[in-house]
Ligand binder design. Structure first.
Ligand SMILES: Cc1ncc(COP(=O)(O)OP(=O)(O)O)c(N)n1
Ligand code: 3NM
Ligand code: MG
Length: 218
């Protein structure tokens, strides 16, 4: 797939509470894409497979139109099914309990973007890098209303993780007040749910985050 550089910038993650139906999900993601995303993640914890397939496929089409990769959270089978349909812009994000990364890499192929949750632990990052991760996600760094139970991590970890030579994602409470802090600590990708989808005028919200990342005042 021809896509923009996905290794730097705003990484938006969907939330079924904030985007409760297909129309809102697609309209809000389109606004976010217009604001300029490096990556978009489809994160839906429901067990409604038909809905998940329908929504993920629509998002894959939308992202392809914007030349942005769509990352499917948790679900290797769903990512694989989309790639087999020809959506080569689809990747996968795996947490520590979401299945085997080596196996996912084998099944999705060398080109697919596969990210791994590493919480606040360098040994998890080392293992994920060895197993073929494309990026390493650390967090949560700040208070997250989306996932208050996520274990906390120190910003200094981001600098230490440079040793793996993979793009570093910061997640957890990232927004306009702290995005520069996380960037300066070493994160190339700044993952946000609430800061992107938790209010009106999503395109403007993403543009503000991008301006802050570019070092301009928000
Ligand atoms: C970019 C990114 N980083 C971390 C996570 C969290 O993954 P996980 O620990 O599997 O938790 P859930 O998101 O599945 O609740 C993520 N999704 N994306
Ligand atoms: C999905 C997720 N994972 C986290 C982790 O630390 O692993 S924090 C988080 C939620 C991020 O949402 P918000 O930007 O609204 O805080
Ligand atoms: Mg998960």
């Amino acid at each position: 797939m021809n896509h923009h550089d996905w290794t730097h910038g705003v990484y938006a993650i969907t939330d079924a509470g904030l985007l409760p139906d297909d129309a809102r999900l697609i309209a809000c993601c389109e606004q976010a894409l217009r604001g300029g995303l490096a990556l978009l993640q489809y994160r839906d914890k429901s067990t409604d497979d038909a809905k998940r397939w329908r929504q993920a496929r629509e998002l894959a089409t939308l992202c392809r139109d914007h030349q942005v990769p769509l990352i499917v959270n948790d679900d290797t089978e769903l990512a694989l099914r989309l790639r087999r349909e020809g959506y080569d812009n689809v990747g996968l994000h795996l947490g520590q309990d979401d299945g085997d990364l080596t196996e996912a890499r084998r099944r999705l192929g060398a080109e697919a973007i596969i990210g791994a949750t590493c919480h606040g632990r360098l040994e998890l990052a080392e293992r994920a890098a060895r197993q073929g991760a494309s990026y390493l996600a650390f967090g949560r760094f700040f208070v997250s209303s989306t996932k208050p139970s996520a274990p906390p991590a120190e910003l200094s970890l981001l600098g230490e993780a440079a040793v793996f030579g993979l793009p570093r994602v910061a997640i957890g409470g990232i927004g306009r007040d702290n995005i520069q802090l996380a960037r300066r600590a070493g994160a190339e990708l700044l993952a946000c749910v609430h800061a992107v989808f938790g209010g009106e005028d999503i395109e403007a919200r993403v543009r503000t985050l991008n301006r802050l990342l570019a070092g301009e005042a928000g």
